[in-house]
Design a binder for this molecule. Sequence first.
Ligand SMILES: NC(=O)c1ccc[n+]([C@@H]2O[C@H](COP(=O)([O-])OP(=O)(O)OC[C@H]3O[C@@H](n4cnc5c(N)ncnc54)[C@H](OP(=O)(O)O)[C@@H]3O)[C@@H](O)[C@H]2O)c1
Length: 331
Amino acid sequence: MIKAAVIGASGYIGGELLRLLYMHPEVELGTITSRIYVGRRVEVVHPHLKGLGLRFSSPGEVDADVIFLSVPHGESMKIVEEYIGSAKLIDLSADFRLPLGLYRKYYGEHEKPELIDSFVYGLPEVYREEIKRAEYVANPGCNATAVILALYPFRNMISEALADIKAASSAAGRRESIMGMHPERSHVVRIYKTHHHRHEAEVLHITGIKCPFTVHSVDMVRGVFATVYFRISGDERSLFRRLFQEYEGERFVKVIREREGPLKQPNVKYVIGSNYAHLWASYDVENERAMIFAAIDNLIKGGAGQAVQNMNLMFGLREETGLGYLPLHPI
Ligand SMILES: NC(=O)c1ccc[n+]([C@@H]2O[C@H](COP(=O)([O-])OP(=O)(O)OC[C@H]3O[C@@H](n4cnc5c(N)ncnc54)[C@H](OP(=O)(O)O)[C@@H]3O)[C@@H](O)[C@H]2O)c1
């Protein structure tokens, strides 16, 4: 059994990691931490995990084979040296996803630049072989995961794109804010960020495509829906052909091309609760404009599920181990 620890287990990604790791057939949960809830049962913050007998401890010495760092960006780099060398690490924050120049441009100064190169970017559909050999993995951002999966098949064909993203409230984490309160968040369709979203840096780094995002907050608890636009000559058939070629055999990326039923087009509702990404394409002939659509669950394929997928690869397990559950529907 793989002994797993979760640092920052009281957050939304932490809670999802606990749920997935508890059900994983090859994992035994060890230390799970919270600074605020030390000694308390997990159901104090994760009521859906009642009865598992899990308690929070303080982040300190950890005996584990793999440690998930599920803390805010800027915090991982402060604590990472306590854990490095003692176990394999999977960092859910943005701290080790980017080369230093891009990190500085989008986030500011880095406190541990010398450690950046020891992390592999944890998108299995792109870096599967590197992840298998990695000791340290930087798990991608949720918006970045959706946009990269949409654009990666076109990486050598275009240099610019635009993305419009609809994002759920859980993407902001558990911290309290006025704009996150129910009267402000419920029924909302509003701009979260017009441009220069930090995940753009990951898209540029991994695909070589410059793709500014506009991110909107919408009335969902989970989910990312990305619409990615770019100019290319071709037709709808050639877009689909490229997507099918790229993702042939991928367990968790499904190209949608149904002739009937609700799945004629993608919908974030049909991936919620699963590690799946659904992709779809449309082509505007008059304007020679492609549209690629990507739907994921931000807490699973955009976070904890992808981290477990990475762990499976790092420990030589089948990639889908513990991730075989289907989406919840209706939701
Ligand atoms: N939410 C998403 O959809 C999503 C998707 C992909 C990646 N991520 C990334 O995953 C990480 C966690 O996200 P989240 O949404 O779960 O955030 P969150 O709900 O705010 O949880 C973060 C947790 O980290 C703990 N923490 C904060 N500073 C710490 C420190 N210095 N040392 C130890 N623990 C610390 C906090 O727990 P205590 O205060 O109880 O100690 C908190 O519960 C972030 O880096 C985020 O960017 C999030």
